[in-house]
Design a protein around this ligand. Sequence first.
Ligand code: NAD
Length: 481
Amino acid sequence: MSDQTEWNYSPAPESAKQAHISGRYEHFINGKWTAPKEGDYFSTTNPANGKKIAEVASGSQADVNAAVKAARAAYEGPWGKLSARDRGKYIYRIARLIQERAREFAIIETLDGGKPIRESRDVDIPLAANHFFYYAGWADKLEYAFPNRKIASLGVAGQVIPWNFPLLMAAWKIAPALATGNTVVLKPAETTPLTSLKLAELIAESGLPEGVVNIVTGAGETGAAIVNHADVNKVAFTGSTSVGKLIQKSVAGSNKKVTLELGGKAANIILDDAAIDQAVEGIVNGIYFNQGHVCCAGSRLFVQESVFDEVMWKLKRRMDTLIVGDPLDKNTDVGAINSKEQLRTIEKYIKTGREEGSEMYQTSCKLPASGNWCAPTVFTNVAQSSTIAQEEIFGPVLAVQTFRTVPEVIEKANNTPYGLSAGVWSDKGARLFQISSNLDAGVVWGNTYNQFDPTSPFGGYKESGFGREGGLHGLAAYLDM
Ligand code: NAD
């Protein structure tokens, strides 16, 4: 086993000074910073050191009412009357402003969420800008997107997002809603509100009419107040399956249009003819980068028996080289776990994995003294029924199983309540197609992993939710047709 201390990169930290963060944030309602009606605030902290970054308004029913009222007025007023072409111009402007401030957004995302700056800088922020660019282009072409259909916007969209891709999830939700002529009330996750609030600053700068985008911060009750508001026409939720089920129950019987993007337990399948080095890189990308805080994380690995020893040997060697630590350092591969609560959940699953008889390997990297950290972890000798093979862990923990035949791996991969994503690695296109067309997953990557593009729809089957975001499907979710 190699030791990280043998050979180290010199630190290359991004400067937190580049980010302009206020000490306190209010809600962004009707184009203005608005103090919470009940006067409550909560703190958002840096998961890498536990230090408070800012205070953020806690949204009550009254705050949500004000935001929905502003969104309704904008929908029936200036926004509803604007030409589709002009709508598009505003969305382009927001995209360009994100690009101009990309460095600042990346730093704030990393400070607030704990993800490595490389990930925020190279994935989250460029993809968020690209979503606005992509949907800006559709704003005045909806009749070509859906030919021979009578289409209409829905009204006010209530949107609730999680903490793993904060700005990107906001972009996935806001950009198609605006392109289709709706107005928005969005709530970011309580542990990562800062990039949505920075986006609000930039939306104000863009001159977007007041009330078109409203951002209310708070925890689950604030989200529930948005989802259950009688004047909300569309609910777009990304988060856990348990909350998704609650939302589905609460909107049942209303005429709200709903999309739910929920949890996952993706299978990453390595066949005996795969390019093993490339596949190992894909496994690492799929579960360890971004601390496994990815709904589509390749958290179950299926390796064909004849290449199992080689894959595991190479995977462990590669895991040993992963740099865990300061998320602002450009060399860092694995950052901080988003919250203490999430760290406890991950640790509980690691304990369960050992108790149920699976064999654990963890890298011996030195973890920082303060903050929330988990070393990259892999389990072998995992049974199909093991808790760690069945439940979403949402951390850098991989459960490995073997298989002999293709029908066997298809059955094992599909044997989960989830159906969000999967990966298949093989030298033969025919095998890739055979397996991918038999997997119950919304997205299947072939010889790659975690690739995203605004033009491509994303979403799940089974308990991973329904509806699609991205591409034309993402537009359809915000239209009555
Ligand atoms: P979560 O469900 O706890 O919270 C998500 C959001 O919902 C937060 O903003 C939270 O405040 C809010 N919320 C909580 N209770 C609510 C309620 N009763 N009504 C309305 N809103 C409520 O999930 P999380 O822990 O923040 O995120 C992790 C989960 O998100 C994982 O399960 C992950 O797989 C999933 N996720 C899915 C996708 C996807 O595209 N399918 C993408 C990212 C994350």
